[in-house]
Design a protein around this ligand. Sequence first.
Ligand code: ZN
Length: 189
Amino acid sequence: MATVNVTCLCGREFSLDAALAGNSFPCPTCNRRLVVPDDTAATRHPSPAALTTTIAAPGLEPPAPKRRTPAWALIGGVGVIAVALAIAVPQGVKRWHEFRVTKLEQEQRDLPRKQQERQQELERQVRQGQTQLAITGPAALQAGATNTYMIEAKTLAGDDTDAKYTLRLLDKNGKEVSHDEREAKGKFG
Ligand SMILES: [Zn+2]
């Protein structure tokens, strides 16, 4: 007579009459319900199959789809980044360019004013440093008379300034007749 083998999850094996196929019985060791299969080849281990479903439900099914990022999502993500860059980069460049232009324009605006200030300061210093001599008196010496000459020293800005005067009186032959050195402010005669 034909027998079917049933192995319980607890490891206990049963050799049963094939005529009992379809009936269930409790395992004497672990009390699991075992079903006698009608085909020895097809379902030798009915109980492990049941266990697999128990494990599969909470454990294997949910993580699988989560771990895989769909290709369209990746492509979409890359596309979004590319678009964001395409927008952000020209704007960044534009903003930087605008900043540069603004800065340059400001520098250009400041430049003439700074130059002008420097120029004015320079001219002022030159005017302060340079002196003008104004000599007033007779064009030719008059013999027998007192010849008065007025010498004025002024800065180019028009202020009286200290000056060291060297007065040399020469005769027709270029011979020095008198020599006078003095320092004075402004005019003296
Ligand atoms: Zn058992």
